[in-house]
Design a protein around this ligand. Structure first.
Ligand SMILES: Nc1ncnc2c1ncn2[C@@H]1O[C@H](COP(=O)(O)OP(=O)(O)OP(=O)(O)O)[C@@H](O)[C@H]1O
Ligand SMILES: [Mg+2]
Length: 239
């Protein structure tokens, strides 16, 4: 479903990714681990064609070349990125953003359907319903922002989900609520998932089919869940 071929990424003064290849089929869960600053978040942003990066290589989504597609179109094609540091958007509420986006996607819900669905999601995520009428992520705690992004996930129903360190900043209970919510979504819609993490704890909930180690600009090693255990015990030095 997502095929990344020979992806190299540069900023003005630095090579970040170097000939990276990754294939993620429908319904598969892939985890990427790797040292700080190795390019994991960059990879996530480049999939969505963040214009701050120069890149070469190809990114194919469902047989369509999205390498240079506009970000909004990639999102419309079903890709959802939960950023490591979700941005605060002043002046637009969650509800306004979601209604506008759903309309643009042709998934128009009437006000009652929208409100019922959104409130159910808030309750499942253990966040107040009034979050729907707050400006996006504005003034929210780190953990609240992650949950807030999940309202968007559930409302927009993407088929390819990228989770960049969704576990950072979550307390133990929130980690459980968030992970269970993602797995419930997975069971219902069977999306493909690319999850970035430093900790194997979240992978106990969101069980990956494959674990990859990103190092020196490329995927150095791939394996199953046992690779996450190896990293926890041995670090990245011998990979
Ligand atoms: N827009 C940019 N301009 C300049 N340098 C950048 C830019 N984006 C990323 N970098 C650099 O590229 C490297 C990779 O950054 P990235 O955020 O992708 O790392 P990461 O693997 O996600 O790290 P972490 O585990 O700490 O989140 C870092 O050295 C970072 O400073
Ligand atoms: Mg990162």
């Amino acid at each position: 479903m997502l095929n990344i071929k020979n992806l190299s990424v540069d900023t003005e003064d630095k090579k970040i990714l170097n000939n990276l290849n990754l294939n993620i089929n429908d319904g598969e869960i892939h985890a990427i681990m790797g040292p700080n600053g190795v390019g994991k978040s960059t990879l996530c942003k480049v999939i969505l064609n963040d214009k701050n990066y120069k890149k070469s290589g190809t990114i194919i989504l469902n047989d369509k070349d999205i390498t240079n597609e506009e970000t909004y179109q990639i999102a419309k094609d079903g890709v959802f990125l939960l950023n490591q540091n979700p941005i605060e958007l002043e002046g637009i509420t969650n509800a306004e953003m979601l209604r506008t986006t759903l309309n643009a996607q042709g998934k128009k819900l009437n006000i009652f359907e929208f409100s019922k669905k959104a409130k159910e999601i808030c309750n499942e995520l253990n966040i107040p319903e009034n979050f729907l009428h707050r400006e996006i992520n504005l003034g929210m705690s780190g953990g609240e922002k992650k949950k807030n992004e999940l309202i968007h996930l559930w409302m927009l129903e993407p088929s390819f989900i990228i989770l960049d360190e969704i576990d950072s900043g979550l307390d133990v209970d929130a980690l459980k609520v968030v992970s269970e919510s993602i797995m419930k979504y997975y069971e219902k819609f069977k999306p493909s998932i690319l999850i970035i993490t430093h900790h194997k704890k979240i992978l106990e909930y969101i069980k990956p089919d494959f674990v990859h180690i990103l190092k020196d600009g490329t995927i150095k090693k791939s394996g199953d869940y046992s690779l996450a255990n190896y990293v926890e015990e041995n670090g990245f030095n011998n990979i």
